[in-house]
Every structure is written in C-alpha cells, then in structure tokens.
Design a protein around this ligand. Structure first.
Ligand code: CAA
Length: 383
C-alpha cells in the first residue's frame, strides 16, 4: 500500500466530532476541574455516548473498533482541550487491551460487552508502591486455591481506580520465576478483599482520578485469568506496545494547544513597537516548537500505522511516546516563556499545559525506560 498522509473523509469526520466535543464539553470545564481536582463524570458519560471511549474494543463487542491511527487523531483533539480528561477517557482502552489481546472469546464477550452497552470505567493495575519501572519484579501474589486464585498486594497510581468497576490486575504465582510467574486477572471491583486508598492530589492532569487499590485475599475465579499462568508479563508489554502510541498523541494535543496559545499571544502582544512575534528571539522559539510538534505527530502516526498493519511496534511506540512527551514539555515551557510573567499565572492557560504534559514523561513507562527499550530493540538488529 502506498504511503499517504491524506486523511480519509471518515477520519476527518472523526477528528471533527472529537474537536467539537473537546471545544464544547471539555474546554469550558478544564480550568475548574484543574483547580478543584473534580472528576467530571458528565464529560466522560457524554464521551461514551458519542463513541469516543472504548476506541479499541472491536465492533463485534459494541466498541468503536477503530484503527490505532484513528484513535490517535481523536486523542490529539481531546488532549488539546484537557490532558487530564483525555487520560481518564483513554484509561478504558489501556485496561481493556489485555482482554482484547489475551482474553478467550468467552472472556471478551463477558468483559468487553458491558463496557459498550453502558457507561463504565476500568483500570489497568500493574504498578506497585515498591516499583513501577521494573514491572517484572512486582510483588502482588496470586495463590491458586481450587478453581480460584487469592490475590494479595497493592497497586498504586491507578488511573480511574475510584470510579472503575473492573481492574486488570497483574500478579505473580511464583516470585522466584520473576517475569515467568506474572499472570493477568480480571478483578471486578465488588470482589470482597478489594479496597481503595485515598485519591492522589496531583501536580497536573487533575481532572483524572488516581488511587491505590489494595487486594487482601481477593478471590478471583479461574475463568477470570487472562491466558495461562506466567503469560501476564508479555501481555502487559504487548498492551503497552499499542497504548504508548496514544500517549504520544495525547502529548501532541497538549503541545499543540500550547503552541497555538503562544502564537496568538506573540502576534497580539507588542514590545519595542512591534508584535513580539517579529522579534527573532520569539520567532526562533516558535520555529523550533513547530518542528517538534510536527515531528511528534508524524512519529505517533508511524507507530500507529505499524500497529494497524499488524507489525510489532515496540521501538516505534516508545519513540513516539518519549519524543512527543519530551517535546510537549519543551513546547509548554517555551510557551510560558513567550507569555512572560502572564504565562506563570493561573489566569492564563499555559501553566496548566506544562503541568499536564509532565505526566506524559512518567506514566505508561517513564521516558528513561522508553530509551532503554528503544536502545535494546535497536541493538537487536546488530546481533
Ligand atoms: N512484547 C512481547 N514480549 C515482550 C515485550 C514486548 N513488548 N517486551 C519484553 N517481552 C518479553 C521478552 O522477550 C522476555 O521474554 P523471554 O523471557 O521469553 O525471553 C520477557 O518479556 C522479559 O523481557 P525483558 O527481559 O526485556 O524484561 P526486563 O525486566 O528487562 O524489562 C521493561 C522490561 C521494558 C523495563 C518493562 O519492565 C517495562 O516496560 N517497564 C515499565 C512498566 C510500565 O510501562 N508501566 C506503566 C504502567 S501503566 C500506567 O502508567 C498508565 C496509567 O495508569 C495511565
């Protein structure tokens, strides 16, 4: 198939739908939710009604079943209005992807369909208080007892945990086996032994919710195990191979908003008798910001395209996530600089963008881990 950067009429329509939703439903609430940390459930319900959630769930289970590239187009539009809300909207894709990839047809039917017939949230529970980057060393135990497993441990920084009705939990059946002991389970929220910790008070992305989930001998039936014992680590990695790309798109959306704000400001603010955009000091900043934004978008599109072609995109998804989030931080920082003192004030929109962008360098694998993955994947070509 020839390479084309033209979007189809259907893709433009999706982009338009997401952009309208972002403008009308998200933007008006973004500053208030950022200030108060309110979880705007009405926005998420509306996103669900419009088919802007569960984007990766196949149409046969009632989801949007969209190619990853289309998911990225939507994500960029949403994130240009609010990074935090976008994270909460995307969290279902992350939590449901292990079921998409590793669930049996019966499990997909049982777990995915309810998310598409009514508004519900799910959370991906991999990270633990003792460590996030070294996912292979997780400590949550899964002890087999007859036809079920007893899960005991703690998961932290779990997006949407307070509102989720289901968690995809990674636990080990044998810590000695390290990665080869890790197993994935679907844990309904109402399972006795599942409890929630306090909601985190975050620097940015404050419209999304984040909490700890504790499992205390939570009994999960064998039918809720995804794949076999020991297959959970690879399932988590394969999940992240596809979900890191939309994080790149999320960072692009935040960065685009910062660049647009900065550009408008630079054209209307004057100093030394001319709009500041005419000063080379500002124009060269804008020139670099545009380059970084364009490159970030193309890297996310490439990575999404690879996934859509059924190719493994471990390297490309890490490149997209890492480059786009580092660029977003730089673009937001420069946007604040262009706004000067106003940029530092909460009355102006750019300081929120910087705080929101920061999380993109940390979650779904810190950028230090992305660089490690990229180097490993690249070096493999020489061995
Ligand atoms: N696909 C399939 N298999 C993979 C894989 C992939 N992408 N990556 C690794 N594997 C396999 C390896 O081939 C290896 O298999 P064998 O044992 O059969 O040889 C096995 O998994 C172990 O791999 P490694 O030796 O590479 O594992 P490692 O421990 O050295 O490093 C890591 C792995 C890349 C550092 C990994 O731990 C990692 O990605 N850490 C970051 C975790 C992360 O991203 N967490 C995010 C949590 S979710 C979140 O933040 C989101 C939110 O709430 C919004």
């Amino acid at each position: 198939m020839p390479i084309s950067f033209d979007l189809t009429p259907e893709q433009r329509e999706l982009q338009g739908l997401a952009s309208k939703f972002a403008r009308e439903e998200m933007t008006p609430r973004a500053a208030e939710c950022d200030r108060t940390g309110r979880f705007p459930e009405e926005v998420y319900r509306r996103a669900w009604e419009l088919g802007l959630m569960n984007l990766n769930v196949p149409a046969e289970y009632g989801g949007s079943g969209l190619p990853l590239l289309d998911q990225c187009l939507i994500t960029e539009e949403l994130a240009s209005a609010c990074g935090g809300m976008t994270t909460s909207i995307l969290a279902n894709c992350l939590a449901l992807q292990p079921i998409n990839l590793g669930g049996s047809p019966e499990q997909r039917e049982r777990f995915l369909k309810p998310f598409c017939s009514e508004y519900r949230l799910a959370s991906f529970a991999l990270t633990e208080p003792g460590g996030g980057s070294d996912a292979g060393a997780l400590k949550t135990r899964a002890i087999r007892e007859g036809d079920s497993y007893l899960l005991t441990g703690q998961k932290c920084f779990i997006t949407n945990a307070p509102q989720a009705s289901l968690y995809t939990v990674f636990a080990t059946v044998d810590p000695e086996k390290k990665h080869a002991g890790i197993t994935a389970f679907v844990v309904p929220r109402e399972t006795p032994g599942v409890s929630l910790g306090r909601e985190e008070d975050k620097l940015g992305q404050r419209a999304s919710s984040t909490a700890t989930v504790t499992l205390e001998r939570a009994r999960v039936p064998l039918q809720n195990r995804l794949g076999g014992e020991g297959e959970g680590f690879k399932l988590a990695m394969a999940t992240l191979d596809s979900t890191r790309t939309p994080i790149g798109a999320l960072a692009v959306g935040i960065a685009r908003a910062a660049l647009e704000h900065a550009s408008r400001y630079a054209l209307q603010r004057s100093s030394f008798g001319v709009p500041i955009a005419q000063h080379q000091a500002i124009a060269t900043k804008l020139g670099t910001m545009v380059q970084e934004l364009e490159a970030s978008r193309l890297l996310t599109w490439l990575s999404a395209w690879m996934v859509d072609q059924g190719k493994r995109a471990t390297l490309e998804s890490s490149v997209a996530k890492c480059y786009a989030s580092d660029s977003a931080m730089h673009i937001c920082d420069e946007a604040i600089q262009i706004f000067g003192g106003y940029g530092y004030m909460r009355d102006y929109p750019v300081e929120k963008l910087l705080r929101d962008a920061k999380l993109c360098q940390i979650y779904e694998g810190a950028n230090e881990i992305q660089r490690l993955v990229i180097a490993r994947e690249y070096l493999r070509r020489f061995s």
